[in-house]
Design a protein around this ligand. Structure first.
Ligand code: ADP
Length: 397
């Protein structure tokens, strides 16, 4: 019996979840937001309670110290020695990290070196790791990479049709993201279908504020929609997804305020997608409310969002030469029956057919009709659980 903590550190936030292992019981979870500011907020949820406090939090080390002290203060633990492992989500593992690893100084240095591939994320992930090492130096520390599941992509899929030197000298290739989620929901789908994953061809659709799809053959990711960075793929909450790259220099030349390529990429990441097209929101619930009020821009954003998803699903039917199941996950994928219905109905030729009685908010599992050729499955994702399990597995080695 031991407690393991799963950490997801962003540049100004730190999300955490404490597990009792191997039972996999969630004992508490929380988030520290606005790290670096005088009015940072720390929230702890446990036993149906939610406790928040606003205070100055200088950096990630202070955030980690605070969350650990809170675990004691709320009597979720009595002593730090009960925590025997920590797992950290790391966004970019490049070509180096094909699996989760125990963190030592060399691993930490490599994670920091890979910051060029994820300049906003890897430094924050490394800061989270260092903070734990400082405060609890003796516990097992594991890094779990968002990209690891996609290191099985064949070269034909991960290479861009660019001159060779950009790959060999500059490592420009598809790395993908959300790998832990695609891995988890594909395994769950096999369990729900009661078939060995080795025999299955699956299309997984992680549709949250960020969106990515994967084509999974025999349990291995063979293609995925995020690319060199998470900007690629279908339309997202604030990201454009795929666009003609020639738009970038055109905008630099013609739009005041977009002074260089970096400014355009920033707009493509933060001011595009559902937010950009609707001019209203990046949040799907708010978008659908506006749509029901007859807002035409909201309707257009919704229709474009569904259209881009549908095209990617179509692509992955081609990549896999047919599929056994389509899996919906993440905030929108798990909850939005309207969007699922639209996508599935418009892919009927591929053998998809939705059961309206099962495609309802709050339901998960198989939502396709009994005789549909391709099953449609809703699986709530659980990246933190994968992290906690990987800590346990590596601890045992
Ligand atoms: P992130 O990528 O930030 O982790 P999430 O996976 O939490 O995002 O997904 C957030 C999205 O899920 C938001 O657009 C939100 O509106 C949407 N969402 C949550 N609940 C529902 C719902 N009941 N119906 C439609 N969309 C929902």
């Amino acid at each position: 019996m031991s407690k393991t903590i799963a950490i997801n550190a962003g540049s100004s936030s730190l999300k955490w979840q404490l597990y009792q292992m191997p039972e996999e019981t969630v004992l508490a979870k929380g988030i520290v937001e606005r790290i670096g500011l005088d009015d940072a907020i720390s929230t702890v949820k446990f036993n149906g309670r939610a406790e928040s406090q606003t205070l100055s939090i200088k950096d990630h080390t202070v955030a980690v110290k605070l969350l650990l002290d809170d675990l004691k203060r709320f009597e979720i633990i009595t002593d730090f020695s009960e925590i025997t492992g920590v797992g950290h989500r790391v966004v970019a593992g490049g070509e180096v990290f094909k699996n989760s690893v125990l963190v030592d100084e060399a691993v930490l240095a490599k994670i920091e070196e890979l910051s060029s591939l994820a300049p906003l994320h890897n430094p924050a992930n490394a800061a989270g790791i260092r903070a734990f090492k400082e405060i609890l130096p003796d516990i097992v520390s594991v890094a779990v990479f968002d990209t690891a599941f996609h290191t099985s992509l064949p070269e034909v899929a991960y290479r861009y049709p660019l001159a060779d030197k950009y790959y060999t000298d500059y490592q420009v290739r598809k790395y993908g993201a959300h790998g832990t989620s695609h891995y988890y929901v594909s395994q769950e789908a096999a369990r729900i279908l009661n078939k060995p994953i080795e025999e299955l061809k699956l299309i997984t659709a992680h549709i949250g504020n960020g969106v990515s799809l994967s084509a999974i053959a025999g349990g291995k990711s063979v293609d995925t929609s995020m690319g060199f960075t998470p900007l690629a793929g279908p339309m997202m909450g604030t990201r454009s997804g795929d666009i003609d790259p020639a738009i970038i220099p055109y905008l630099v030349e013609h739009v005041p305020g977009l002074e260089d390529a970096a400014a355009v990429v920033n707009a493509l990441n933060k001011e595009s997608g559902i937010l950009g097209v609707s001019g209203l929101t990046n949040d799907m619930r708010d978008l659908e409310a506006a749509m029901k009020d007859g807002n035409p821009k909201a309707q257009l954003a919704f229709d474009m969002f569904a259209d881009r998803l549908k095209k990617y699903i179509g692509q992955y039917f081609a990549v896999l030469n047919g599929a056994d199941a389509l899996i919906f996950t993440a905030g929108i994928g798990e909850n939005d029956a309207l969007l699922r219905e639209k996508i599935v109905k418009e892919l009927s030729w591929f053998g998809l057919d939705i059961d309206p009685a099962k495609n309802v908010f709050g339901n998960s599992g198989i939502i396709s009709t009994a005789d549909a050729k391709v099953k449609v499955i809703v699986v709530p994702t659980d990246e933190e659980l994968v992290i906690a399990r990987d800590v346990e597995a590596l601890k045992a080695q």
